[in-house]
Each structure stands twice: as structure tokens, then as C-alpha cells.
Design a binder for this molecule. Structure first.
Ligand code: NAD
Length: 435
């Protein structure tokens, strides 16, 4: 997997390295404030019993990490995975703090997880785990304190169970805003499903408009390779195609497919639904995920998982711009290699913020008992993504020539983190949080 055994690829290491590096361009932060931003404010561990379908009782371990709440209630998904741990969740919670600050929405950062293998659980067992988890978390979550959302192996149905359990424990209140990513009928927002990929599309369009990529100022006929074909990647395929780009490759965990003339999204998504993989679609060439990352294309969209572009394969990347739909797909060493090659990278905390932006819209609609039209949601998302990209690009241009050894010149990821840290520092000082 990793050509350099010393390379930091765990999300936790990566998040700290990125943060420490970006601080180089933030002057005047007190050491105590840096420590507060580096560490989660609270980590809640819970152990809870669940009765299984075979009448046995099993203990489960879950946690919720609240990284920071200075800008508003904690916000972040809940992940069900056998290998999820406190460190991974802490890194993802920190990403959420930076993401909500860059998007300028009134939330902090949080994330949660339960150690379990949903593939080995029945739907009823997953439901009982979810309900016991919410009961065990007690008042750690709430519409104005910490608001969960879906993440790996949790979905709208899981969010409905979270809402129902919390609502049962807190009767007589409008509790819909306790969780986002709910089914539409239960207060979910139109456009939430496509929000992450749509946000990536708007971010890419604005970055091109700002002239970040030589000889490419719009998506018309731009060639795109997408790694991953789930919620983020599959929707990116559809939306980039609809915007006039030519998606020439896409992959999943079984492999990748390539078609120089472009893929038809309906064919790809229907085939994937029927066969479980994109591999084998007629008139496409099967390639590996590594080969996809190295394709000659204009735009590369990593939309699968963390640690995909590393020191051992970054030099092979030939795209002009990388748009990170996934969280943490590029390691810090790979960031430097891409920068040296002149490849522009729109970082995850900017590029994939569309999901949490529409989650914020859902929260607002819930508090106001409203349902916005889909076109309204899209227009509001576009406005916020354009503003976020402009803010980060402006910050980057302002510090671009500020070469600070040993880090060299700042990247767009550095500029995004600088933007977020400064915003967080401002409200932290205004609130006089340490009294
Ligand atoms: P998903 O589970 O729906 O899809 C993941 C896809 O990646 C699947 O097609 C899977 O087959 C593929 N995949 C897994 N391992 C792979 C590998 N080694 N090589 C190539 N493909 C592989 O997940 P998702 O919701 O689309 O999330 C993908 C990434 O985007 C994650 O990093 C997630 O944290 C991030 N993200 C998602 C959202 C969202 O709203 N869905 C929001 C922000 C960030």
C-alpha cells in the first residue's frame, strides 16, 4: 500500500501535520490557543448492551468526539465500522471544525462512531444498536449542542432512528434539528443526497474561473477521472457530465474503467446497481485504481477514501487540478509533490463542504418548520461554495509569496486552514472563552 513506511497516512497523523504546517502562516496565536485547537474539547466513550437476533446480548463500544464548539454547535457524522477508533474520529471531528469555519456556517466540529460490522448485522440489530447508542450518549447530542449526520455505513434510515430515540427522550419539543440527513418526510432537506458532489462541482467551476489552472477556465469538454462510485463519486460522475465535462474514468473497490470518449452516467450507474461494480461495462477498458490516478486528464476527483495519493504515487498524477471529494485522500508528502509539479489541489475541507452546508440548510429548515425548493437549496449552496472558494483563493494569493522554511510556499490547503484557524481564533477571543 505505502511505498514509504515513514509516511504519515493515518487520518490522525495527517490532520495534525496539516494543522501544524498551516500555523506557519498564522501569526500571533498564543500557545494555549494552539493546544486548544489541536485537541478535542470532549471525547465521550460509551459501552452499551444490545440484544441480538439469536437472543444473546453483546456489548458495543461507541464514541462521540466534540472537537470545537466556539463557532456553534458541534456538527459531524456518525460512522459504523469494525476498525473505527477514537483517533480517526478525532481527526474527522477536527476536519469538521475547519470545514464549517471555511463554509462560514455557525457550527463547530464533531464526529462519532460505533465499532461494529454492519455487513454482519441484521437491520433490526442495527436499529437496536442505534437506539442504545443514542440513549447512552444521553445529552451529549442535541439540536443546539452537537448535531450528528450520516457517515460510513449509516444513512437516512439510521438518522430517523436517532431522531425518534432522542425525541422520545425529550418529548414536547421540536427535536427535528437534532440530526441531519433524515428522510425528506421527516424533515430532511431536498438536495442533501447530491450536496457533496454538487459542492465539488461548484468549487471546481469557481477555481477554474479564478484562473488557477493554465489553459482551463471552464468545464466544457474538460476530461475528468473519478476515484470511487458511491454517494460522492457516482453523483460527481452525473453532475460533471451534466455540466459539459467528459468523465473518462471511474472506479470502485473492484477496479476502474476507462473510455477516452467519455462515460455515460446512466449506463455506469445502472450497471453498478445491477452488478455491484463498474468493472465490465461494455466498450470500456478495465484498468487499476493506481492507473486511474495516473491518467492523462484535466481533473482528478478522489471520492473513495483516505490515503490514496501518497509519496509513492503522487509523481505519476498527470491531472491539472485535483478536487478532493473524499476526506484525507492526499498525504502531506504527496501534497508537496503535487505542488512541485504545479498541480492545483482543492482540499477536502473546502471542496467537499457541500454536504455540511446543506446539512446546515436542513437544520435551519427544521428550526423554522420550513421546506425549501430544490432549486433554492442549489442556488444557496452555489453561493456559499463560490464565496468559500473566493475566500480561500484570496487568502492564498495574499500569502503566496510568503516562503517560510522548511515548508516553502503555501498551498491552497494551507490557505484553507489559515482561513479556518483565523476565523476560529477571532470568535474564541471575542467570547473570551478562557475567562
Ligand atoms: P460510499 O461508501 O458511498 O462510496 C465509496 C466508494 O469508494 C465506493 O464506490 C467504493 O467501492 C469505493 N472504494 C472503496 N475503496 C476503494 C479503493 N481502494 N479504490 C477505489 N474505490 C474504492 O462513500 P461516500 O459517501 O461516497 O464517501 C466517499 C468519501 O467522501 C469518504 O472519504 C467520505 O468521508 C467523503 N465524504 C462524503 C460525504 C457525503 O456526503 N457522502 C461528505 C463529505 C465527505
Amino acid at each position: 500500500m505505502n511505498g514509504d513506511s515513514r509516511e504519515a497516512t493515518s487520518l490522525y497523523q495527517v490532520s495534525l501535520l496539516q494543522f501544524d504546517r498551516a500555523l506557519t502562516w498564522v501569526d500571533g496565536l498564543k500557545a494555549g490557543m494552539v493546544d486548544a485547537f489541536r485537541n478535542p474539547r470532549r471525547t465521550t466513550h460509551v459501552h452499551f448492551p444490545v440484544s441480538m437476533d439469536d437472543q444473546s446480548v453483546r456489548m458495543f463500544h461507541g464514541f462521540r468526539v466534540l472537537h470545537n464548539r466556539a463557532r456553534g454547535p458541534g456538527k459531524g457524522g456518525i460512522r459504523y465500522h469494525p476498525s473505527v477508533d477514537e483517533h480517526e474520529v478525532a481527526a474527522l471531528a477536527a476536519f469538521m471544525t475547519w470545514k464549517t469555519a471555511i463554509a462560514d456556517i455557525p457550527f463547530g466540529g464533531a464526529k462519532g462512531g460505533v465499532v461494529c460490522d454492519t455487513k454482519a448485522l441484521s437491520r433490526a440489530e442495527k436499529r437496536r444498536i442505534t437506539r442504545r447508542f443514542v440513549i447512552a450518549l444521553d445529552d451529549s447530542i442535541g439540536p443546539h449542542t452537537d448535531i450528528p449526520a450520516p457517515d460510513m455505513y449509516t444513512d437516512a434510515e439510521t438518522m430517523a432512528w436517532i431522531y425518534d430515540t432522542f425525541d422520545t427522550l425529550h418529548p414536547g419539543e421540536n427535536n427535528r434539528a437534532v440530526v441531519t440527513g433524515k428522510p425528506i418526510e421527516l424533515g430532511g432537506s431536498l438536495g442533501r443526497d447530491e450536496a457533496t458532489a454538487r459542492g465539488c462541482l461548484y468549487a471546481a467551476e469557481q477555481a477554474l474561473k479564478r484562473g488557477l489552472v493554465t489553459d482551463l477556465d471552464n468545464l466544457q469538454d474538460a476530461t475528468v477521472a473519478v476515484q470511487g462510485c458511491g454517494n460522492a463519486g457516482g453523483t460527481a460522475l452525473r453532475l460533471f457530465h451534466a455540466a459539459g465535462a467528459r468523465v473518462i474514468a471511474i472506479s470502485d473497490s473492484s477496479g476502474a474503467i476507462h473510455a477516452r470518449d467519455g462515460l455515460d452516467p446512466d449506463t455506469v450507474l445502472a450497471f453498478k446497481k445491477e452488478h455491484g461494480s463498474v468493472v465490465g461495462i461494455p466498450d470500456t477498458t478495465t484498468i487499476t485504481n493506481e492507473e486511474l490516478l495516473a491518467l492523462d486528464c484535466d481533473i482528478l476527483v478522489p471520492a473513495a477514501m483516505e490515503g490514496q495519493i501518497r509519496a509513492d504515487n503522487a509523481d505519476a498524477v498527470r491531472a491539472k487540478i485535483v478536487v478532493e471529494a473524499a476526506n484525507g485522500p492526499t498525504t502531506p508528502q504527496a501534497d508537496q509533490i503535487l505542488a512541485e509539479k504545479g498541480i492545483v489541489l482543492l482540499p477536502d475541507i473546502l471542496a467537499n463542504a457541500g454536504g455540511v452546508i446543506v446539512s446546515y440548510f436542513e437544520w435551519v429548515q427544521n428550526l423554522e418548520n420550513q421546506q425549501w425548493e430544490l432549486e433554492d437549496v442549489r442556488a444557496r449552496l452555489q453561493k456559499r461554495m463560490i464565496k468559500a472558494v473566493d475566500t480561500v483563493v484570496d487568502c492564498w494569493q495574499a500569502i503566496q509569496t510568503d516562503d517560510r522554511p522548511p515548508h516553502g510556499k503555501p498551498t491552497l490547503r494551507d490557505a484553507a486552514l489559515v482561513t479556518a484557524v483565523k476565523r476560529l481564533a477571532t470568535v474564541t477571543l471575542q467570547r473570551d472563552i478562557w475567562m
